[in-house]
Design a protein. Structure first.
Length: 244
């Protein structure tokens, strides 16, 4: 069967782009147009991967209705869905043996805090960590997060079951998981499976797409994301620009 929506070759689409910038050379324009074609192909590949993800067979039934400590009291996994069919969870690396929250997680959650009001129009979302709830809420207040739902999983096996953590160990693992209500119960839809085992040489382990706005913005720059810089919980006055 013929494709009802055949795609125009990326190079052809790139060549149609009329925008030009002051002072650019012919060499720059040729290279930028070639890059644009690759960006179009990347966009298309992201769409193909998302379609494959949506087409996954049903995941496993959740083995129990985990009970978390929430900001309004105990709450079950099923209760975290609210009115929605789908729940996204982010495992926050802030276990009880950590002196402070993971800076990378903090950067991610700071960005997500602003997105939560929009996310909650479509799906449920919550950040989960093993530290006691008062510690999580104190950090949330310190960072000025206004919207991010937070629960503690210190009293259940959620992290062991869905983030591959040893509850007796000192390591925390970051990761997204997606759960969905079905006629026969709550099922796991998908979760992060990219880590150190799947990392390419010379690169930090990360998923695709990369969910951190920080790295995606730095990828737009000539310096790139670098190999020896990571977010910090606090910066000196000289560390940033006008808002550092």
């Amino acid at each position: 069967m013929a494709d009802p929506h055949p795609l125009t070759p990326a190079a052809e689409l790139a060549a149609r782009q009329p925008r030009r910038f002051p002072g650019e050379s012919a060499d720059y324009r040729r290279a930028r147009t070639a890059l644009l074609a690759e960006e179009i192909e990347l966009r298309r590949h992201i769409e193909r991967v998302a379609a494959l993800r949506r087409a996954l067979p049903p995941g496993g039934l959740v083995p129990q209705d985990y009970v978390f400590e929430g900001e309004q009291g105990p709450v079950t996994l099923s209760g975290l869905f609210g009115p929605h069919r789908t729940l996204i969870t982010y495992n926050w690396m802030f276990g009880p043996r950590r002196e402070a929250s993971c800076p990378m997680c903090t950067s991610m959650l700071a960005a997500l805090d602003g997105e939560v009001p929009d996310l909650l129009q479509r799906v449920a979302f919550v950040a989960i960590a093993r530290s006691p709830l008062p510690r999580l809420l104190a950090f949330k207040r310190e960072r000025g997060w206004q919207h991010l739902p937070v629960v503690s999983s210190g009293g259940n096996s959620f992290n062991r079951d869905y983030v591959d953590e040893d509850p007796e160990g000192s390591d925390d693992h970051a990761g997204f998981n997606v759960f969905v209500r079905t006629d026969d119960g709550i099922r796991h839809f998908c979760g992060d499976e990219m880590g150190f085992e799947t990392a390419d040489p010379g690169q930090d382990p990360r998923g695709a797409p990369d969910f951190m706005p920080l790295w995606n913005l730095l990828d737009l720059t000539p310096e790139g994301r670098g190999t020896d810089w990571y977010p910090q919980l606090h910066y000196g006055r000289a560390a940033g620009g006008c808002c550092g």
